[in-house]
Ligand binder design. Structure first.
Ligand code: FAS
Ligand code: PHB
Length: 389
């Protein structure tokens, strides 16, 4: 079999890239390790930047998001009983969209099926061959049957644990990593959100986040130790701990209920350079990971897709290679800014086990500066709504 671009990974990066290329008549095959249901049931990101909204419109998959998504013009930050609001629209003229990654992926799968997009699920033993030549191909198995696809390019959209990044030789790759000494215990509950906007809460007991998916589906997180497991926490214990970390007013108004999903995500910052090797391009979590504090994971995958799609469209449209040749440099320039913001916001809002009294004083001073300084709030807002592509 032959196609223009083999896309490894059927998550948001892979599907969005496939859909954009399809709209421009460029043939792809997507290879996904899991089943569609498995992919659709992963509860992950919740906040979309303006760049992601534009890409979904370009891909023709924005209708349901426009109808069901919730535009947020700001967010609340609390520390102890003190709260203040960052007004995104006042500082940047832009809002963010609350629309779960699950729904984004669902919309992309529906469009992919409607357009007869080719995707193999439950693939195994994916191996990329000759990526650093003009004739790459991919070998894999489905139901025990070996298959081969010859192609012009391979897009590695297979996430942090995929095979694409490992295909780039160790003497070519440079990796940068920071592991945070805590995780996020998250729950989903069919309850009305405690506030109409997100609340990022710093407290002596640790970080908490009050988020949502819609008016009757809330998403809450509390910082937890890396040694903890979801089963260590009853719903009751979770709700009591969350109430201790948010301001009393919200704690009293909080409507609790049974969790319909409960999981712990470890936090790490990670970047691999370069994001291209020959005709293999890394995209999204395959190339970089951020702590979810700044809601940059899915959104930075989106900017990778933007750069790679435009490069491939130019290559197939008029034979120019400037776009694909500059892909890694351009994508990494924006990745590192997202890494910085996510690291900064995580450092600001979480309690670190080895924090000294002085460190705590610095954290409060930094939050106070953000609360009282217009330029600091503008910088925060610009990063949160999404820096330009
Ligand atoms: P993904 O990991 O989503 O998708 C990769 C796909 O490739 C998967 O479907 C996988 O099955 C497949 N794959 C892997 N290996 C393969 C192989 N060898 N062959 C074929 N297919 C293969 N971001 C936020 O902005 N906010 C959040 O709150 C947030 N929470 C998160 C919670 C968790 C537990 C995790 C892991 C991530 C979270 N993220 C969050 C980040 C997340 O949203 C990612 O940024 C986003 O999923 C990136 O999308 P992809 O690059 O498509 O990678
Ligand atoms: C979410 O709703 O899952 C969410 C929102 C904002 C974040 C992280 C996660 O920073």
């Amino acid at each position: 079999m032959r196609t223009a671009v083999v896309i490894i990974g059927g998550g948001p990066s892979g599907l969005l890239l496939s859909q954009l290329l399809h709209v421009h008549g460029i043939d792809t095959v997507v290879l996904e390790r899991k089943t569609k249901d498995y992919v659709l049931n992963r509860v992950r990101a919740g906040v979309l930047e303006r760049g992601m909204l534009d890409l979904m419109r370009q891909a023709g998959v924005a209708d349901r998001m426009e109808k069901e998504g919730h535009s947020h013009s700001g967010t609340v930050i609390s520390y102890g009983e003190k709260t203040f609001r960052i007004d995104f629209v006042e500082h940047t003229g832009h809002a963010v969209m609350i629309y779960g990654q699950t729904e984004v992926t669902r919309d992309l799968y529906e469009a992919h099926e409607e357009t007869g997009g080719k995707i193999d699920f439950n693939v195994e033993n994916v191996v990329i061959h000759n990526a650093n030549t003009d004739a790459p191909h991919v070998i894999y198995k489905v139901d025990g049957e070996s298959r081969r696809i010859d192609c012009d390019f391979v897009a590695g959209c297979d996430g942090f644990h995929g095979v694409s990044r490992q295909t780039i030789p160790l003497d070519v790759r440079r990796e940068y990593e920071k592991i945070y000494p805590f995780g996020w215990l998250g729950i989903l509950s069919e309850t009305p959100p405690v506030h109409h906007e997100l609340i990022y809460a710093a407290s002596k007991r640790g970080f908490a986040l009050c988020s949502m998916r819609n008016e009757n589906l809330s998403r809450y997180y509390i910082q937890c130790a890396l040694s903890e497991k979801p089963e260590d926490w009853t719903d009751e214990a979770f709700w009591e701990e969350l109430k201790r970390r948010i301001p009393t007013k919200q704690a009293e108004e909080l409507i609790t209920g049974p969790s319909i999903e409960k999981s712990i995500a470890p936090l790490r910052s990670f970047v691999t350079e370069p994001m291209r090797w020959g005709r293999l391009f890394l995209c999204g979590d395959a190339a970089h990971i951020v702590p979810p504090t700044g809601a940059k994971g899915l959104n930075t995958a989106a900017s990778d897709v933007h750069y790679l799609f435009n490069g491939l469209r130019d290559y197939y449209g008029n034979g120019t290679t400037d776009g694909i040749d500059s892909y890694s440099t351009k994508a990494l320039a924006r990745v590192w800014k997202a890494e910085r913001f996510s690291w900064w916001f995580s450092s600001l809002m979480h309690r670190y086990p080895d924090q000294s009294e002085f460190d705590l004083k610095m954290q409060i001073a930094e939050i106070e500066f953000l609360r009282t300084n217009h330029a600091a709030q503008k910088a925060m807002a610009e990063n949160y709504v999404g820096l330009p592509y």
